[in-house]
Design a protein around this ligand. Structure first.
Ligand code: GAR
Length: 194
């Protein structure tokens, strides 16, 4: 499958950067068509500039219908795979149903179905409070049930007794950087069928 990726990201964009690096080095065959954020100060905007990828910021402060604008840009840039990478908003039903059912993927910083519905550092706090001996990253399809879409891939990391939410987050993030590009490459090669 030829990939034309549209990224949705809210913060630093380290997952976006990792994927762009893999595209640049030829490890992943894909086109990064557009980067969309909801946060005017997101680091991912600078990454878009660095890689000369068109980027847009839509939110309630600058638009009456930010999601309609997101939808339009994904179509305008002929995106065939929406890649949520550190995107802290739920995709509304009308946007999901404007595309094919497996159009949007997300990466979650835990081993779903555990710790669904939590964001960022809160996920790692919850794992630290549990007795789990491992955590990891999950790439899944986005559907109308938040963090409950079909799981495509997972990568585990150990959780140590000495971990803080921050040390665990860093270990999981390193796993995310491997897992997302791996998953996209498997899709591109037709070994994961969407
Ligand atoms: C990542 O750990 C990602 O899995 C998480 O936010 C971080 C963003 O990092 N996403 C969520 O919690 C969404 N539920 P990044 O901006 O450096 O890629």
């Amino acid at each position: 499958m030829e990939l034309s990726i549209g990224f949705l990201a809210s913060h630093n964009g380290s997952n976006v950067r990792a994927i762009l690096e893999n595209i640049k080095s030829g490890r992943l065959e894909a086109k990064a068509s557009v980067i969309i954020t909801n946060n005017t100060t997101a680091g991912v905007i600078q990454i878009a500039d660095e890689y000369s990828i068109p980027s847009y910021c839509f939110n309630k402060n600058n638009s009456q219908d930010p999601w309609q604008k997101v939808l339009n840009k994904l179509k305008e840039h002929k995106v065939n795979l929406g890649v949520l990478a550190g995107f802290m908003k739920e995709v509304p039903q009308f946007v999901l149903s404007a595309f094919s059912p497996n159009y949007f993927l997300n990466i979650h910083p835990a081993l779903l179905p555990k710790y669904a519905g939590l964001y960022g550092i809160d996920v790692h706090r919850a794992v630290i409070q549990s007795r789990d001996k491992e955590s990891g990253a999950t790439v899944h399809i986005v559907n109308e049930e938040y963090d409950r879409g079909k799981i495509l891939t997972q990568l585990k990391v150990p959780r140590y007794n000495t971990d803080t939410p921050e040390t665990l987050a860093a270990r999981v993030l390193a796993a995310e950087h491997i897992l997302y590009s791996y998953t996209l490459a498997e899709i591109q090669k037709g070994r994961i069928i969407l």
